[in-house]
Write a protein that binds this ligand. Structure first.
Ligand SMILES: [Zn+2]
Length: 351
C-alpha cells in the first residue's frame, strides 16, 4: 500500500495499534493540502485488508491479499467513496490532486462538473450500507470533502449517522469542519489531522525533486501537497510570468497579464494576487514578506508607490472574488477586471 506521509505517522500508529477504530464515524479535519484524503484512503484499505502487517508501533495493510488487491484496483465491494462530480474524474491514488474543476464529457467537450455532493449521492448509499455486503468485516463510506454536501445531502447522511448500520465505518474528510452541521460533527469522532512544520515539508518536497522547496511552500500557503502542484505550475511558467508582469512598473497592462495567466485555473491567479498584496502590505508595515521571498526588490518598489488603504480594500475584494473564481462565466474578463482594479490600486491617479 502507499506510504503514510511522515507527519501522519504518529497518528497512524495510535489509530491502528488498537483492535478497532473508535466509534462508527471519523471526522478527519484540518487545513487543505496536508494529505487528509490520502490518509483516509490508507485507513480504508487497512480496515479492508485481511492480513494487516505489524509496523513500528502500529499495523498497516499488507498490499497483497485479495482485499488489498480489490481496493487498489478501485473495485472493493465494501468500499464506497462519495465525492463531488468535479473531483471524481481526477482524484489520484496519491490524493494529491485536491481540485479539478472541469471534466471532459464523452463527446470530448468540457462542461462544468458539480462542486457539490447532492442528495442522490447520499441516497445511493442506502443499498450499500443497509443491504449485506459481499465480504465480511467493515463496509466503508468515504466522504470527501464533507463540507461539499448540500443541506439535503447532509440531512440524509445525518439519519444514517444517527442510526448507524452495523459494521459500517464512515470516514468524513473536511477542510472546513465549521461548515458542517453541528449534529453531524457531534456524531463523529473528530480527529485533528497533523500539519507538518516547515522543516518537515521542505524535506518532503526536496525528496520529491522540488528545486526551490522554500519558495514553493511559501507560494502554496505552506501546505506541502499544493506546493508540489505549485511546482508543476511553476514549471509551466505561469508563476514566473505573473511576477514578471505584475512587478513591471513601467509597462503595466491589465489585459496582457490577464491573457498570460492560466485560464483554466482562475483561482490560482487570485491566490497569487492575494499573496502578492499580503506581501505589499506586510512590507509597508513591518518590512517583512512571507510569500515572494525571491522578489523583495519588486515588492519594495510597488509597496512604496501604492496607496495602503486602497490595497487593504483590494485585498477584501480578492477575498470575495476567490469564492467566485471557481466558476467564472468568462475567465479572461474575470481576470481583466481584477487586474484593472489592481492597477487602480497601485496607481490611483491613472485614468
Ligand atoms: Zn491486505
Amino acid at each position: 500500500m502507499a506510504d503514510i506521509f511522515i507527519w501522519q505517522q504518529n497518528l497512524w500508529q495510535k489509530l491502528t495499534k488498537r483492535a478497532e477504530l473508535p466509534g462508527h464515524a471519523l471526522l478527519l479535519k484540518g487545513k487543505k493540502g496536508i494529505g487528509k484524503y490520502h490518509f483516509a484512503r490508507c485507513l480504508a484499505q487497512f480496515l479492508l485488508c485481511r492480513e494487516p502487517l505489524p509496523t513500528q508501533g502500529g499495523r498497516k495493510a499488507c498490499g497483497h491479499c485479495p482485499g488489498c488487491g480489490w481496493f487498489e484496483h478501485g473495485s472493493h465491494p465494501n468500499f464506497h467513496a462519495v465525492l463531488p462530480e468535479a473531483l471524481t474524474a481526477e482524484t489520484t491514488e496519491a490524493g494529491q490532486k485536491e481540485d479539478q474543476a472541469e471534466k471532459t464529457t464523452e463527446t470530448g467537450a468540457k462542461k462544468s462538473a458539480s462542486q457539490q455532493i447532492g442528495i442522490d449521492q447520499i441516497r445511493k448509499l442506502n443499498d450499500f450500507v443497509y443491504l449485506s455486503g459481499h465480504q465480511e468485516g467493515y463496509k466503508i463510506v468515504l466522504i470527501y470533502p464533507a463540507e461539499a454536501m448540500n443541506s439535503a445531502a447532509a440531512n440524509a447522511l445525518l439519519k444514517k449517522l444517527e442510526e448507524p448500520p452495523p459494521h459500517v465505518m464512515f470516514l468524513l474528510v473536511t477542510h472546513q469542519a465549521q461548515h458542517l452541521l453541528p449534529t453531524i460533527r457531534s456524531r463523529c469522532q473528530s480527529i485533528a489531522m497533523p500539519v507538518p512544520d516547515i522543516a518537515t515539508s521542505v524535506a518532503w518536497l526536496t525528496q520529491h525533486n522540488v528545486t526551490d522547496p522554500e519558495a514553493s511552500l511559501a507560494a502554496a500557503g505552506f501546505s506541502p501537497l499544493p506546493a508540489l502542484l505549485f511546482n508543476e505550475a511553476q514549471q509551466a511558467g505561469y508563476y514566473d510570468q505573473f511576477i514578471k508582469l505584475i512587478s513591471n512598473a513601467k509597462r503595466w497592462d491589465p489585459v496582457v497579464i490577464a491573457a498570460a495567466m492560466p485560464q483554466t485555473d482562475v483561482a490560482l491567479t487570485v491566490t497569487w494576487l492575494q499573496q502578492w498584496c499580503y506581501d505589499l502590505i506586510s512590507y509597508r508595515s513591518t518590512g517583512k514578506i512571507r510569500y515572494f521571498l525571491n522578489h523583495v526588490t519588486a515588492i519594495k518598489d510597488v509597496s512604496a508607490r501604492m496607496d495602503l488603504h486602497a490595497c487593504l480594500a483590494y485585498q477584501r475584494i480578492l477575498n470575495t472574488r476567490q469564492q467566485l473564481s471557481r466558476h467564472p462565466l468568462n475567465a479572461r474578463l474575470f481576470l481583466e477586471e481584477l487586474f484593472i482594479e489592481y492597477a487602480t490600486m497601485i496607481e490611483p491617479k491613472r485614468s
